[in-house]
Design a binder for this molecule. Structure first.
Ligand SMILES: C[S@@+](CC[C@H](N)C(=O)[O-])C[C@H]1O[C@@H](n2cnc3c(N)ncnc32)[C@H](O)[C@@H]1O
Length: 482
């Protein structure tokens, strides 16, 4: 057999931290100590080393760096940046299949994106490039990668992040993952002091947490066995424990919790339209019970969810909903919302953003979301110094276009005049503790006349010139004489 025309072995990096696909899977709760992981095409084996150090049961194989290792089935299989280094489309598909055949729970597939190729010099070869080091790279568009995985495996890939997809063996596990991705918000609770409650607060905590999350009472099997046992011993029955919680809290609090849980479920059911919407029997049991309790039937939830989905395609509806949003900064063309406040925007807009996430996955660094109301477009913006800097500048933006089905990245890190933010409080949720500090600064900046020419202050240079002209400067979140 002749040697391959490209130097695949040169593609493996030395990693000082966990690779992005495995870090993403860990953040999504897909890696568990005690459940096996297999790194297929593991390169030099750094991910194996990092995860073993954390106590995970992980092994891996690589044709160049670990050729003698046994290829064995595992709950999670990682195929990390492997398919993009294989120049033959046939072998690429075979490799995907081999990794899938070892997968018992979830396959994590990642590949480099077209934007990684921007500054790369290379010689075209097949559907990719041969780089200066002699290695092959095929760069993918997000939707191209999704289509390819689905076509080759006949199973639905779920976007975890740009360039990273999960393929689940089990429908219920896939649905659990999708349901865990909706934004959640729960109002603050006020407890009416009561002796029996206070004496048993710790015992009641798991039940309280369940009721807060699901907006319903649990079946006994839905609580951890030891928690149930302690409730029985300390209070009597689950029913009595639940009544005790209801006695010390307002009905209006539970009405709000119910409204938020309903919105979350509708969001999830709406987005499950992409791909194949699961049958009721394919849903995780607990999720199915939430839907039945809050909507009566799954069919009713689907009807309401489809209405939301339809509304997302209607620009006028998006506009009206953006205008009615109690949180977020409104501009003529968009609503800007800090990530932690996403659960507080109108449900239609949450589904709109969810559609973008179906395509792109979660952009983990992004802390601001821009929902355009003039184009079917959602952007994920990264302001690394949002908390520390009174006027943070934009580092990068990932924009998802829902009509063109594209995901694009724009880098502002080298820009000399990047866009910057004012009035940071407007992006935050209603009860965000950062609001008072930011509001105070806005008031003093307004008094100093700094916002009089809005067209000048949207980027760093104009803003600095405005501060200098007014003879003021910023010290932390305070305006001082310059
Ligand atoms: C860019 S490296 C990625 C290594 C590792 N997964 C990581 O994320 O650091 C690509 C790896 O794919 C391996 N590879 C190439 N062809 C392969 C194949 N057909 N099956 C499995 N791995 C392969 C190469 O040996 C190389 O180590």
């Amino acid at each position: 057999m002749s040697s391959p025309p490209v130097a695949r072995h040169k593609t493996a990096l030395t990693r000082v931290a966990l690779s992005r696909p495995l870090a993403t899977a860990a953040a999504d709760g897909l890696l568990a100590v005690g459940e096996s992981i297999f790194d297929y095409g593991c390169g030099k084996g750094d991910d194996i080393r990092h995860l073993r150090a954390l106590g995970y049961d992980i092994d891996g194989w690589d044709p160049t760096h670990r050729p003698r290792a046994e290829r064995r089935p595992a709950h999670v299989v990682n195929l990390g940046y492997v398919i993009n280094v294989i120049e033959s489309p046939g072998e690429r598909a075979e490799t995907l299949h081999s990794a899938w055949n070892l997968t018992e729970g979830v396959l994590v597939v990642s590949a480099r994106m077209t934007w990684d190729a921007r500054d790369l010099v290379g010689r075209p070869m097949g559907d990719g490039l041969v780089t200066r080091t002699g290695s092959f790279q095929k760069f993918y568009e997000q939707s191209e990668l999704a289509r390819w995985i689905e076509e080759k495996l006949g199973a639905q890939p779920h976007a975890a992040a740009p360039g990273i997809f999960y393929v689940f063996r089990d429908d219920a596990a896939a649905q659990r993952f999708l349901a865990s991705r909706v934004y959640t918000y729960r109002p603050r609770v006020t407890i009416d002091p009561q002796l029996q409650y206070e004496a048993n607060q710790l015992v009641l905590e798991p039940l309280f947490a369940f009721m807060r999350h699901h907006a319903r009472a649990p079946r006994p099997s839905e609580l951890p066995a030891d928690a149930l046992q302690t409730i029985h011993e300390a209070i009597g029955s689950l029913g009595q424990a639940r009544r005790l919680i209801r006695q010390v809290t307002e009905d209006s609090y539970w009405d709000e919790v119910t409204a938020h849980r309903r919105a979350e479920l509708l969001n999830y059911v709406a987005l499950s339209r992409f791909g194949r919407r699961p049958r009721f029997s394919q849903l995780d049991e607990s999720l199915g019970r939430d839907i039945r309790t809050l909507f009566g039937t799954y069919a009713e939830a689907c009807v309401q969810a489809d209405r939301l989905l339809l509304a997302c395609g209607d620009q006028a509806m998006l506009y009206v909903n953006a205008r009615s949003s109690k949180v977020g900064k409104q501009t003529p063309s968009a609503l800007y919302v800090y990530r932690s406040a996403m659960a507080e925007i109108p449900p239609v807009l949450q589904v709109y953003e969810g559609c973008a996430r179906v395509l792109a996955g979660t952009v983990d660094q992004a802390n601001m979301i821009k929902l355009s109301v003039t184009q079917p477009q959602v952007s994920y913006l990264t302001y690394p110094d949002f908390d520390r800097d009174p006027h943070p500048t934009l580092r990068s933006a990932i924009t998802v276009n829902l009509r063109k089905l594209t995901v694009e990245w724009r880098d502002y890190s080298r820009s000399e005049n990047p866009p910057l933010l004012h009035r940071k409080e407007e992006f935050l949720g209603g009860d965000d503790p950062r609001r008072p500090l930011y509001e105070r600064l806005t008031r003093s900046e307004m008094r100093a006349g700094l916002y009089e020419n809005p067209e000048r202050i949207g980027t760093l240079n104009g803003w600095q010139a405005t501060l200098a002209a007014a003879g003021v400067a910023l010290r932390g979140h305070r305006l001082v004489r310059g």
